[in-house]
Design a protein around this ligand. Structure first.
Ligand code: SF4
Ligand code: SF4
Length: 455
């Protein structure tokens, strides 16, 4: 018999409820009318109990056993935009420094040396050129990509305003993953949060870049959801699908600075608009046969159906910051995540001063890498704590002056997972996932194959 308490979770479905063992994130769906019988069924409890140890081990490895394999690398402090919710100090973005080409090369050598000792020889580390705006230092970034693409899987996260045809050609030639940012379906919406320091619109330039990227499978769009675009997410999804963008993210604004907090959407309104936008992606898929994957949502589905197949690392506890990846600023400063750049108390040494080996044991990193849902009031008893992960420590620090607190969107996360369980109950979850998501996944536990009536 299982020694762990099982929790029921109302998913708002007309026939099914979820039963969750929160420690292992094991779940099943049972007919609501039959819930009490299932919870007392000795065969059901026996099956869970028999696998408790292996599920525990799988969750332990995911939460505590991963090694860093990716770096968010800022090749410049400068940005040509002044977005309302940016987490980087404006002074840095307006007048900061670029890394030189030689400094970027030296950094890549140091990173390769480190990953050569920690990763299997067959695994290429990932380096994502990140912002501020990396394309302001385009010549040096492209030179590094040309030089190291065989050894490093590169990505660029850019505001998309500086992607001319030559730059796009060089990035595609090197199979670089390209992420752009766009918040609205029209300039009137995008302009409300994303614009130049002088307040000029950049919407058209991003659309032109997306037109140029049409057909390239390795590009995506990040949309930050705020009060300014909440009512327009369905049209945004229509625009991105029409541009044949393969993947987007509809991320809630990170409430780390006052500018971001001033446009924080209400959890309930966000959940409604988000679900409506997701349902629109499904409708478009049915009409055209082509998916627009909402990656943060797809990742949340994977958190439920295949926890170790997750690709993003915000909704694991501890989150991936300082554990699965780390960030390097334009001076070589080492931080657990880009969200902490600009906060000196979270810097753990410098890449160029041999700081890489020791940063993982620093207070700056361990304050994030040891933050678990079990430490957080309201999360430690939450049924979905090991799907949600209580993001984000940077947000919690900004809101509550401690990482051991909830971030901003608890009620939204609950609604998201209720929706996911409804999709699973209706057999629709695959329509929201990458076609190949399970190509190298294995089924470790399928209770439905054993117990009739459970899903
Ligand atoms: S939860 Fe926050 S700190 Fe952690 S990886 Fe995500 S953005 Fe970074
Ligand atoms: S943030 Fe909310 S939904 Fe997430 S684990 Fe904590 S209590 Fe649960």
């Amino acid at each position: 018999m299982s020694h762990r308490p099982l929790t029921t979770f109302d998913i708002g479905h007309d026939r099914y409820s979820a039963i969750i063992e929160p420690e292992t994130a094991f779940w099943s769906l049972a007919p609501t009318a039959d819930l009490h019988r299932v919870l007392l069924d000795p065969e059901y409890l026996g099956e869970i109990s028999a696998r408790e140890r292996s599920l525990d081990e799988e969750m332990r490895l995911l939460r505590f056993g991963l090694l860093p394999s990716a770096v968010y690398f800022n090749p410049t402090e400068r940005c040509n935009l002044n977005c309302t919710y940016c987490y980087l100090p404006e002074k840095m973005r307006r007048g900061g420094k670029h890394m030189t080409e030689n400094q970027i090369f030296a950094a890549m050598e140091l990173l390769l040396e480190y990953f050569g000792k920690t990763l299997p020889a067959t695994t290429r580390p990932q380096v994502i050129f990140h912002g501020s705006e990396p394309m302001l230092n385009r010549r040096a970034v492209l030179a590094a990509i040309d030089r190291y693409s065989k050894e490093i899987a590169f990505g660029v996260q850019t505001n998309g305003t500086l992607l001319d045809a030559e730059t796009i050609g060089r990035l595609i030639e090197n199979q670089v993953s390209i992420g752009l940012s766009l918040d609205g379906p029209a300039a009137t919406i995008t302009d409300l949060t994303r614009h130049t320091h002088g307040g000029r619109s950049i919407h058209g330039r991003v659309i032109s870049a997306l037109e140029a990227l049409r057909g390239y499978p390795n590009h995506s769009v990040i949309s930050t959801v705020t009060t300014k675009n909440l009512a327009h997410l369905r049209e945004l999804v229509d625009l991105l699908h029409g541009l044949e963008v393969p993947t987007c993210m509809l991320n809630p604004v990170r409430c780390t600075l006052p500018g971001a907090r001033s446009i924080r959407p209400d959890d309930g309104a966000f959940a409604s608009a988000y679900i409506a936008a997701l349902e629109r992606t499904y409708q478009l898929y049915r009409e055209t046969g082509r998916k627009l994957i909402v990656a943060n949502f797809a990742n949340a589905i994977l958190a439920v159906i295949a926890p170790t197949a997750r690709r993003l690392m915000c909704d694991i506890s501890p989150c991936g910051g300082g554990r699965c990846f780390f960030a390097v600023d334009a001076n070589g400063g080492l931080f657990p995540c880009s969200e902490f750049i600009g906060l000196p108390e979270f810097q753990a040494g410098n890449l160029f001063d041999g700081g890489l080996e020791s940063c993982f044991a620093s207070d700056a990193f361990t304050s994030i890498t040891t933050r678990t849902v079990e430490q957080i009031d309201g999360c430690r008893e939450c049924a979905i704590r090991n799907y949600c992960g209580a993001p984000c420590p940077a947000e919690a620090c900004a809101l509550h002056e401690t990482a051991a607190a909830k971030g901003a969107f608890c009620d939204f996360y609950r609604e998201q997972f209720r929706f996911i369980f409804r999709l699973i109950a209706d057999g629709l979850e695959s329509a929201y996932l990458w076609d190949s998501w399970d190509s190298d996944a294995i089924t470790t536990f399928d209770l439905a194959a054993k117990l009739p009536g459970s899903a």
